[in-house]
Design a protein. Structure first.
Length: 346
């Protein structure tokens, strides 16, 4: 483009803008290494001179940090911080402590279980031993009773064979020891009543005989109670007292003794002042006596024939005409319902 000189315009280049001299490196940009991240400050960094451009920590307040090992990035903040050796050792030993504690707990539990099981076994053994001792004692007692009864039976046989004088001292010794059967035998020997019964080598003594019979009856011997009841019912060696006879018969009958049931039944069937006739109870008692006789037909040699329960059938036959069929049915019902040891109900 052509310009006229008169235009006052010049094609000469304008003066370029004055070039500003490069600022001298400020004193704030002096190379400085951060004591924390070990970064060396560059001239191009714009952070204040007192602050590290990389980690922004104040130089004068930064705590030195060990340099990264070879092969590890110094700026990698994910690298683990080394643990205190004591803490490391404690951490390393912690699992073993738990294992030791668990083992101790298991050992304690096992010890307690073993102890409890041992105590249970000892308790079971003690119970078995006690039961065994009890059975042994029962067997021993039963054997002693059998031996004592066999000895008394032998002495009784000796008496019936006419050797009462030889048997009497042994019988008295057993009676003194509290053997009820020996008391009954001694009382029977002292009462006499026949040729062999009277041959005891000493005078008969009914008064002492009554004492031995009563002592045996109060000890629970049914035969002694029946013998006493018979003496009072017939008035032998004692005044006749039917009411007292009734009491002794009742003592034997409540035990289920056949002789006691029969004797009381016949007393009620006959009646004897002040004991009145009682046909229904009599039928009940004679029925029970007949059943007892069938169950144990052997006769007691120390009873007199007036008390043998085997005669109960004959007593029922004589009593039948005095009872209405409904009374007999009621008496049979009472007999069926009664058990030894229970009250007789009259």
């Amino acid at each position: 483009m052509t310009t006229n000189p008169g235009d006052g315009l010049s094609l000469a280049p304008l003066d370029p803008a004055p070039t500003q001299p490069a600022p001298a490196a400020a004193s704030s940009h002096v190379a400085r290494t951060c004591p924390r991240c070990h970064y060396t400050r560059q001239a191009s960094d714009t952070a204040p001179a007192w602050q590290c451009p990389r980690c922004a920590v104040v130089y004068d307040k930064a705590t030195p940090r060990p340099r990264a090992r070879a092969g590890h990035d110094e700026d990698d903040d994910t690298q683990p911080v080394p643990l205190d050796p004591r803490r490391a050792r404690a951490s390393a030993g912690l699992p073993w402590a738990w294992i030791a504690l668990g083992s101790a707990v298991l050992a304690g539990a096992a010890l307690l279980g073993w102890k409890w099981n041992g105590e249970r076994q000892r308790s079971a053994q003690q119970e078995q031993r006690a039961a065994s001792d009890s059975r042994a004692a029962d067997v021993s007692q039963a054997r002693a009773v059998q031996d004592g009864r066999a000895r008394i039976d032998a002495l009784e046989h000796q008496w019936r064979m006419g050797e009462g004088a030889q048997a009497l001292p042994a019988v008295r010794a057993l009676a003194d020891e509290g053997e009820p059967r020996a008391m009954v035998l001694l009382g029977s020997m002292l009462l006499g009543g026949s040729s062999y019964r009277n041959a005891i080598g000493q005078p008969l003594d009914p008064a002492e005989a009554l004492q031995w019979l009563e002592r045996a009856a109060r000890a629970g011997d049914a035969t002694a109670a029946v013998r006493l009841g018979g003496l009072y019912e017939r008035g032998e060696h004692v005044p006749r007292q039917p009411s007292l006879a009734e009491n002794w018969y009742l003592r034997a009958a409540r035990q289920g003794d056949g002789a006691g049931l029969y004797s009381l039944g016949m007393l009620y069937a006959r009646g004897a002042d002040p004991v009145s006739q009682r046909p229904v109870p009599a039928w009940m008692l004679l029925t029970l006596a007949e059943r007892a006789s069938r169950a144990a037909p052997e006769r007691d040699a120390l009873l007199t024939e007036q008390h043998y329960p085997s005669s109960a059938r004959a007593g029922l036959v004589r009593l039948k005409d005095k009872l209405h069929p409904s009374d007999i049915a009621e008496a049979e019902r009472l007999a069926d319902a009664w058990k030894p040891g229970q009250p007789l109900g009259f």
